[in-house]
Design a protein around this ligand. Structure first.
Ligand code: FAD
Length: 411
């Protein structure tokens, strides 16, 4: 459970929510972990639907659309609690909340009225489909095209590593609508593509190293026809839509998944050392091992601060792109460092599938690349320091829907 202290933005206002998240994680998520681990070829749909039924996919959606309107800190605490029980379940929860940013900040009134209540009620799950096999993090190099045909658009190409590819009802797809050299990076456009559109294929699920139960697969578009009303924002807004969603929702969501797994890693290693007898006590009594636990605890405390502070600023309409980027970057990096420590402190038991640690170690590897790899995060941070600051999406977009500025209420 997150530490509640005067130095954290997790004030007592959030205690009831955190308790609700923790109880759900204990009752519904933890009991499913073993089954998800033992069937890596299966996509976990039931748990996604259960979380949808809680209304959790609408964590940041305003009340007027039936959402929780609980803000980014509440969303982080929710993902963190679930990811502590299962990284895969945390990934499911974060992936369908990420595209909410596209609809809230760029959707038309009609799109908001149609989609946001359905996301809030759990009837519609979204995915965000940007990445392509050949171009990866070079978003502006993407090759999937959308061309006009009368009043419709036709999409051709493919997307890979798409979170919740197999359970999403609507994919928020970014495609090329103008040539690559078009000035001002206005060559991309975002579209809503319903999962049952003719010509859209979700390729069979392939298990990955970890996050068993979570699908992040391939979508193929073969002449998929969609109406003009499915364009999100304006034609040419695609880059801004993809980048802003990644900063405002992707970074904090991935930080929360890393943080939940990091907490589980520390719990796991403490249990192991305290339970393993040596000399007149346990391994936890040895000063050299206590020193390593201290280092892990230090990293974890810093990670909590980074993750919670960044989204607290977001909820308060403050400029915080740098904080969101740094939190995502260090939450992954330090969780992996703690994971490696924990592996070493488990000795040979680290490698046994009857111990949970190997699952945590595998799962945490998955938070490096989504919402920007380490290289991408460091480049963005360097730009802010070297006199070429990127757009502050928190200032430009999120401040307008800020939890506190909009309503003056807490969670
Ligand atoms: C669990 C998971 C969930 C995901 N969910 C989604 C999703 O929902 N939607 C979606 O669209 N995508 C998703 N992705 C894809 C993710 O966004 C990409 O993995 C990421 O953009 C990196 O692309 P890539 O893997 O092709 O690596 P590449 O871009 O090929 O990069 C390979 C390596 O080269 C480095 N590199 C690349 N370009 C540069 C450069 N210019 N300068 C310095 N270093 C560079 C990278 O940092 C990396 O270390 C997900 C990925 C994972 C693992």
């Amino acid at each position: 459970m997150p530490t509640m202290s005067s130095t954290t933005p997790v004030t007592p206002d959030y205690e009831a929510l955190v308790q609700q998240f923790d109880e759900f994680a204990a009752a519904e998520v933890a009991p499913r972990v073993q089954r998800m681990e033992s069937s890596p070829h299966a996509v976990e749909r039931d748990l996604a639907l259960l979380m949808a039924e809680q209304g959790w996919f609408g964590a940041t959606i305003p009340h007027q659309y039936g959402g929780m309107h609980a803000g980014h800190l509440a969303k982080t605490l929710m993902i963190q609690s679930v990811a502590r029980a299962s990284g895969a379940a945390g990934a499911v929860l974060q992936a369908s909340q990420l595209p909410v940013s596209m609809i809230i900040h760029f959707g038309s009134d009609e799109q908001k009225a149609m989609l946001l209540p359905r996301i809030s009620s759990g009837d519609t799950l979204l995915s965000i489909a940007v990445t392509e096999e050949e171009t990866g993090s070079h978003v502006l190099g993407m090759e999937t095209t959308a061309r006009r045909d009368g009043s419709d658009w036709i999409i051709d190409g493919s997307k890979v590593h798409i979170g919740n590819s197999h359970i999403a009802h609507v994919h928020c797809v970014v495609a090329r609508t103008a040539s690559a050299d078009r000035a001002g990076s206005r060559a991309l456009t975002a579209f809503l593509v319903e999962h049952d559109r003719h010509g859209l294929t979700v390729e069979p699920h392939r298990p990955a190293l970890g996050l068993h139960g979570f699908s992040f697969g391939k979508l193929t578009f073969d002449g998929v026809r969609i109406p003009e009303t499915n364009v999100i924002g304006e034609v040419g807004d695609g880059k801004d839509i993809a980048y802003s969603s990644s900063i405002l929702y992707g970074r904090p969501n991935l930080a929360a998944v890393s943080l939940g797994i990091h907490e589980a890693i520390l719990e796991c290693v403490v249990d192991f050392l305290e339970g393993r007898r040596r000399y007149n006590g346990t391994l936890a009594d040895l000063p050299v091992l206590r020193d390593r636990i201290g280092a892990m605890k230090s990293r974890l405390m810093a990670c909590r601060q980074l993750a919670h502070q960044a989204v607290h600023m977001l909820d308060h309409g403050q400029s915080c792109d740098g904080e969101l980027i740094n939190s995502k970057y260090l939450n992954h990096k330090w969780a992996v460092e703690s994971g490696q420590d924990a592996m070493e402190l488990h000795g040979a038991h680290a490698l046994r599938t009857d111990y949970p640690l190997q699952r945590l170690w595998r799962d945490v590897q998955h938070t490096y690349s989504p919402a920007g790899t380490g290289e991408v995060q460091r480049q963005r941070l360097a730009e802010t320091e070297l006199g070429d600051p990127p757009i502050q999406w928190s200032e430009r977009l999120a401040a307008k829907t800020s939890l506190f500025l909009a309503t003056g209420t807490a969670a």
